[in-house]
Write a protein that binds this ligand. Structure first.
Ligand code: SF4
Length: 172
């Protein structure tokens, strides 16, 4: 049975889970079950990078669900995410849209997002449209259904599997 919007808002999905929803359902399932093989090295590398660049001194926001790199104000809040690689841009976009969705659902005036790819000298503006909001509801329902599955979804055999922290678990 589909979950209601009110139930969706109560679910404690993390931004990472929303990103994984487009990367791989199996990764989403494994991560959601607490099987965490993600090394901290990527986060450490990103933190070091931020400290060494013009992002130094920016203030992030995090709670139990979201971890936003930093926020600025321009006709409302602007959500900033900094990524070292643009190889999973669709997932990054969805993640930042979820942050906007999340902030708005908690009464904050979130305007838009900016995805920063400093190594590629690229900044992408991300809007959350009313269509995106409807899609987000469906994505959250999808996440809910994957998490409730008793077994992990099958491996997806994508080129980026080799870069995934679960690679040896899936293909070992
Ligand atoms: S290795 Fe591939 S199939 Fe396994 S969790 Fe990662 S992305 Fe999914």
């Amino acid at each position: 049975m589909p979950i209601s919007f009110e139930e969706i808002k109560e679910l404690k999905f993390k931004g990472t889970q929303v990103a994984y929803a487009v990367v791989c359902p199996r990764k989403l399932w494994l991560f959601s079950k607490g099987i965490s093989l993600e090394s901290t090295s990527d986060r450490v590398a990103l933190g070091k990078f931020l400290d060494e660049t013009s992002f130094k001194g920016t203030k992030g926001y995090s709670d139990e669900r979201v971890s936003i790199d930093f926020l600025t104000v321009e006709d409302g809040l602007v959500v900033h995410e900094v990524k070292l690689s643009n190889s999973l841009e669709e997932a990054h976009e969805l993640q930042i849209k979820y942050y906007i969705y999340y902030l708005r659902s908690h009464g904050a005036n979130a305007n838009y997002g900016l995805l920063h790819y400093p190594r590629h000298r690229k900044i992408k503006k991300v809007q959350l449209t009313s269509e995106d909001e409807k899609n987000m509801d469906q994505i959250l329902c999808y996440i809910d259904s994957i998490i409730k599955s008793p077994k992990p979804p099958p491996v997806i055999e994508k080129p980026y599997c080799k870069e995934c922290a679960y690679y040896h678990l899936c293909y070992g």
